[in-house]
Ligand binder design. Structure first.
Ligand code: PMM
Length: 290
């Protein structure tokens, strides 16, 4: 049976993200954007204050906190389900204190291992993404020989799961993410998307962040010039519909409306009237949707 993935709307409170850098870098602008994502059908919002675009340098912790905490505090008070996109234990702790319920750590606990203690200590849910190095150096780590990217990512995510549970985070609080574009070239991303069943054997729900990423721009390139970042939504919508059929549990997206439209198409084609949302370790995860 088709299950509907959760739609996680992206709010980058950053001056320099590749997809939307500088557009929502004040609390007011971020909140306006957040409310638009919710109106468009997002189930939860991912609030981040550090750009992870290739080559990005890291912000000061004080800047990251100043970007995300006021936005999280305001939205959480309105009852919005929030994840904080951070690799830092200190930011995760402050975000959970401000009302976030999920920590989305693109480093899967490698950048700052204490983040796992924060997640465990707060009974939070945790998204662990496959990651090898900070953005300024990740291109040097995109080698998956001899086993290939799917086997490599599965092995390394499995190692992260061991570390996460050893830190006291219950397994059933964890979602896994292959980390499209992080220490991966375009071909790696397509292999991972085609090989999701091989990642599902790790036994945890999968989250996918493909929205606006450069591998879509490369797919649609003309004469070697990648399609502009704002012109990749149709390709992403097609991918969304296909991923829904493959049982992905959560989609991290910039355009919630286009994503929800694509999901409506998958559901209609599957002949499903009322479908269950995919099982994920966060609130209302057994809610029925139409
Ligand atoms: N991608 C980005 C940031 N955070 N988190 C998860 N779990 N998965 C991703 O693929 C992911 C992420 C970078 O994209 P953005 O700059 O558009 O936010």
């Amino acid at each position: 049976m088709l299950t509907r993935p959760w739609v996680m709307g992206v709010v980058n409170v950053t001056p320099d993200s590749f997809s939307d850098g500088g557009r929502y870098d004040s609390t007011e602008r971020a909140l306006t954007h957040a409310r638009r994502l919710l109106d468009d059908g997002a189930d939860l919002l991912d609030i981040g204050g550090e750009s992870t675009r290739p080559g990005a340098t890291r912000p000061l912790i004080s800047d990251e906190l100043g970007r995300v905490i006021p936005v999280i505090r305001e939205l959480a008070a309105e009852g919005v389900l929030i994840s904080v996109d951070t690799m830092r234990a200190e930011v995760a702790a402050a975000a959970l204190e401000a009302g976030a319920q999920i920590v989305n750590d693109v480093s899967g606990g490698l950048a700052d291992p204490e983040i796992l203690d924060v997640v465990a200590g707060n009974d939070a849910s945790y998204v662990a993404m496959h990651w090898r190095a900070h953005s300024e150096r990740m291109h040097d780590h995109a080698d998956y020989a001899p086993d290939g990217v799917v086997v490599g990512v599965r092995r390394e995510l499995g190692q992260r799961l061991d570390a996460i549970t050893a830190a006291g985070v219950p397994l059933d609080r964890v979602v896994l993410d292959p980390g499209l574009g992080f220490a991966k070239v375009a071909a790696h991303n397509w292999e991972l998307l085609a090989g999701l069943a091989d990642l599902a054997v790790l036994g945890r729900p999968l989250l996918i962040g493909a929205s606006r990423k450069s591998f879509l721009g490369q797919l649609l390139a003309v004469d070697g010039t990648p399609r502009d970042v704002g012109e990749r939504e149709f390709a992403h919508s097609a991918l969304v519909a296909l991923l829904a059929e493959r049982g992905v549990a959560c989609l991290r997206v910039h355009d919630a409306r286009a994503t929800c439209d694509a999901l409506a198409v998958s559901a209609a084609l599957a002949g499903v009237g009322a479908i269950r949302k995919a099982d994920v370790p966060w609130q209302n995860s057994h809610q029925e949707v139409v």
